[in-house]
Design a protein around this ligand. Structure first.
Ligand SMILES: C[S@@+](CC[C@H](N)C(=O)[O-])C[C@H]1O[C@@H](n2cnc3c(N)ncnc32)[C@H](O)[C@@H]1O
Length: 446
């Protein structure tokens, strides 16, 4: 249904699609993606951007609300582009993510994929839908204002706390944010990342400077670190100079490493370099690791390949049960951390190679290597062009960990064309209050 008023239109939201938008039709049949719309709602919308194929709009008033609609708890919600599902209660968010995934699989033109839509497991929700992020990256504008970008814009919406961030990050933002040395560094920076060290409960502030640091920057960094409480480290990084710091660190914390502990006997200690990749949600990361290790179903004879392995988040827990794990990763700092983690945890059945995934897999094919289990955890772009190589390298199970359902569906279709079949699909909510969907898919060789 669509009602045209003078400057606004009333539409009915058919469903929520990837990206968290409500999908509706305008009177001329054109599709409109409505921010903050929920399925079945009748909403007044304001069109923000018009394109050839579809328009983007905001819901400005809800005539008939969805029963899962709530008042968003964050005072910045709607202006700040940090999250986009706070207008739905958490149960509804998990259902929406499940429905989006089902819809994407069902619309695949490949029958082996579309037929799996009905078997997608319910989303494993988070016990803590707020306060879960162990790192946040805040943008800084020319006026030194610190916050997140507005949706589809580079305009900074200043914030003084983020409900998604761990309480220790908000405490630090509160304590340091107004301080003179922070404002001085912010004035020369594009962004500042607040990184929680989960094991030490300490904070690392990583300023991305616009130009190489000057003596005054170093002084400010030192003052900020020393004034930020006993456990605050400051790092200065940028495109055309070597990283400097940590500044202001107390004895014993003068390292660029952050670390976490994973359950086990004895527990695993995993470290990574500030600025390198780490999962943002520490609690749900444990759920993710459990899911991957149980789907891998490995034993002491298994040979495992962990592609896009980062600092060994999956490689080490898998190595505890396998004969051997090979990790491949393109980032040098992650490979350094992965090797350090293997050594610190006394695991000698792990090796790591620094390579782009395609090059690394080509080399393994040339070496005539094969693996019982392959775990792939690529970035959002997925892994186009890898399926044929994986088909040659894997002779039993492949576990695909995806943070983008659209590229996941595309890649699963490629994998089914090279001899795999989809066996299980398990979404895990790593990013409550946002549209992001993490999914673990088990594929087996035919
Ligand atoms: C989503 S992260 C996963 C990391 C790790 N599995 C974890 O759970 O912490 C993706 C990783 O892939 C790496 N990466 C990105 N592009 C790559 C490529 N073309 N080849 C190999 N690794 C790549 C990134 O550096 C990053 O560490």
């Amino acid at each position: 249904m669509v009602v045209n008023c003078k400057n606004s239109q009333v539409v009915t939201i058919k469903k929520v699609v990837n990206g968290g938008y409500g999908l509706a039709s305008l009177p001329d049949g054109k599709t409109v993606l409505v921010q903050f719309g929920l399925p079945g709602e009748t909403a007044t919308i304001a069109i923000d951007r018009q394109h050839k194929q579809l328009d983007h709009a905001r819901a400005t008033a809800i005539v008939a609300p969805h029963r899962g609609r709530i008042e968003p708890p964050c005072p910045f919600y709607g202006r700040c582009g940090g999250c986009n599902l706070q207008h739905a209660n958490y149960d509804t968010q998990c259902r929406l993510k499940h429905d989006i995934l089902v819809d994407l699989f069902a619309r695949s033109p490949v029958p082996a994929i579309s037929s799996q839509a009905s078997s997608i497991a319910p989303v494993r929700g988070a016990a803590q839908p707020f306060g879960y992020r162990q790192r946040i990256r805040l943008r800084i504008d020319d006026r030194g204002q610190v916050g997140f970008h507005r949706f589809h814009s580079h305009q900074v919406v200043p914030i003084n706390r983020c409900l998604l961030a761990h309480p220790l990050i908000n405490e630090s933002l509160n304590r340091c944010g107004g301080a003179k040395p922070f404002r001085m560094l912010a004035g020369n920076s594009e962004s500042v990342e607040f990184l929680l060290d989960p094991r030490e409960s300490s904070l690392c502030l990583l300023f991305q400077l616009r130009r190489p640091p000057r003596p005054a920057d170093r002084t400010a960094a030192r003052q900020l670190g020393e004034g930020g409480g006993e456990r605050t480290r400051i790092l200065l990084v940028g495109r055309n100079f070597a990283a400097e710091g940590p500044f202001g660190t107390p004895e014993g914390a003068a390292s660029r490493l952050l670390s976490m502990e994973l359950p086990g006997t004895p527990p695993l200690m995993l470290a990574w370099e500030a600025g390198g990749f780490s999962q943002v949600n520490n609690d749900q990361n444990r759920v993710l690791i459990d899911c991957v290790t149980s789907l891998a179903a490995i034993d002491e004879t298994s040979r495992v390949l962990d592609l896009f392995c980062g600092m060994g988040n999956f490689s080490l827990p898998l190595a505890r049960r396998a004969a051997h794990v090979l990790g491949i990763e393109s980032q040098g700092s992650a490979i350094r951390s992965a090797r350090l983690n293997a050594a610190r945890n006394n695991l000698d059945n792990l090796t790591f190679r620094q390579a782009a995934a395609v090059d690394g897999c080509r080399q393994l094919v040339e070496e005539a290597q094969s693996f019982d289990v392959i775990v792939c955890d690529p970035p959002r772009q997925g892994m186009p062009g890898l399926a044929a190589l994986l088909g040659r390298l894997c002779h039993d199970r492949l576990i695909y960990v995806s943070c983008d359902p659209a590229t996941l569906v595309r890649d699963c279709a490629e994998l089914t064309a090279t001899g795999f079949r989809v066996v299980a699909i398990q979404p895990i909510d790593m990013f409550p209050q946002t549209h992001h969907i993490e999914t673990v898919v088990l594929l087996e060789k035919n």
